[in-house]
Design a protein around this ligand. Structure first.
Ligand SMILES: [Mg+2]
Length: 397
């Protein structure tokens, strides 16, 4: 068996082609947030050096087909500029995967990773494209063998995957309302995306804890907006509110600073959504800069995601996979990964965005009461509807 066809589709789901207003980021739709520079489709904060976001849901899907007619799908998460990823698939992934046996998954990834490594592309869009290719190969292997991916990638450690729901905002009672709404939908764990200063974070955290009570697990993501000292001070206040983790307190590159924060706090520090390979993780693990690692399967793929999890397990570090702006195929890949991950802790989920992301599927793909239930469906366990997909394809320039 060999791969004979490689295609990539950049998609955009927005209020123009989907009935419900789109939420492309993990902050939730229509959040109040600090002032932004708005470029039409994309926007970025004026007051902080942080991520650019899309007003839409954007991503890139990869479709591989074998000479026997088996089709596999993967997603290279592309929250902005998805045509960049598509071009990489068409120009580089296609020649590297065409005519290969889909069961040579690890060998294909390793060769493809090496193909741009010496030139200084060890992460970013290129590795995202490889991650999407990897998931599509796993989907094919699952369909050929009649097994779900998790049965082929380590086996089933759990029958359901615990989720936390993300939400944001700047007003304490507004965020507490959203927290109560998500608890009402069965979530036992919530994460607050708070793009405000240290005192503002503490005020919102206190309002949410008071509203949801002690039985709900709470986390906060401050999106790199703190310093080492302000992170430690904030963390101590969050410890008093029984928060489970402080996420992304400072910029990615300051590993000594992250280690200082982790060492100073009793609560866990969760980091790592920006890293795509085990090579990027090793120093952080060695220096105990992460208490919890949160790599994103939409960026790593299953194969490298498993390797990162194994390396983390060696250092006794649990895995809380990031999903963020990932689409429904990234969600499904993360569920399959999580089912077969021994040191899995909890998975990120965007409750209100899920139906919009799933608009490309033949059937809905929803969690129940804060869990995705692990199934015996082959491959990814979801099927793309290519007719529905037409509506969301990204316009060519
Ligand atoms: Mg985060």
């Amino acid at each position: 068996m060999k791969i004979t066809d490689v295609r990539a589709y950049s998609i955009r789901i927005s209020k123009d082609n989907f009935a419900t207003p789109a939420s492309s980021s993990s902050h939730g739709a229509g959040e109040s947030r600090p002032p932004v520079d708005d470029f039409g489709d994309y926007f970025i904060d004026q007051s902080a050096f942080t991520s650019i976001y899309s007003h839409h849901h954007e991503t890139t899907l990869i479709r591989l087909e074998t000479d026997t007619g088996v089709v596999g799908w993967g997603e290279a998460q592309s929250p902005v500029a998805p045509r960049v990823t598509r071009t990489i698939v068409e120009e580089l992934v296609r020649p590297l995967v065409i005519n290969r046996d889909p069961f040579d998954i690890e060998a294909i990834w390793t060769r493809a990773y090496g193909a741009m490594r010496e030139r200084g592309h060890p992460t970013g869009f290129y590795v995202d494209a490889l991650g999407g290719m990897d998931v599509a190969l796993w989907d094919i292997c699952g369909k050929v063998t009649g097994k779900p991916i998790h049965k082929l990638s380590g086996g089933r450690y759990r029958d359901r995957v615990l989720l936390y729901a993300g939400m944001g905002g700047t007003d304490p009672s507004d965020v507490a309302d959203k927290a109560e709404y998500h608890v009402g939908h069965g979530y036992k764990a919530l994460k607050l995306h708070l793009l405000v200063d240290r005192d503002g974070v503490a005020d919102i955290a206190a309002a949410v804890r008071e509203r949801v009570g002690s039985g709900i697990k709470l986390m906060v993501d401050v999106h790199m907006r703190q310093t080492v000292s302000s992170s430690i001070e904030l963390g101590r206040r969050l410890e008093g509110l029984d928060f489970t983790w402080l996420e992304s307190p400072i910029v990615p590159d300051d590993i000594p600073g992250q280690a200082e924060i982790a060492r100073s706090l009793d609560m866990a520090v969760a980091i790592g959504e920006w890293s795509r390979t085990r090579y990027e993780m090793r120093e952080a693990f060695e220096r105990r800069a992460y208490d919890i690692v949160m790599h994103d399967i939409g960026r790593t793929g299953i194969t490298e995601g498993k390797r990162i999890a194994t390396l983390a397990d060696t250092y006794n570090i649990p895995v809380a996979p990031h999903v963020g702006g990932g689409g429904i195929l990234a969600v499904a890949a993360t569920v399959e990964f999580s089912a077969s991950c021994p040191n899995f802790m909890i998975m990120e989920h965007s409750h209100d965005a899920n139906a919009m992301k799933a608009a490309i599927l033949k059937e809905p793909y929803d969690p129940v009461d804060g869990y995705f239930h692990v199934t015996d469906k082959p491959g990814l366990g979801v099927e793309v509807d290519e007719t529905k997909l037409e509506r969301f394809k990204f316009p060519d320039r």
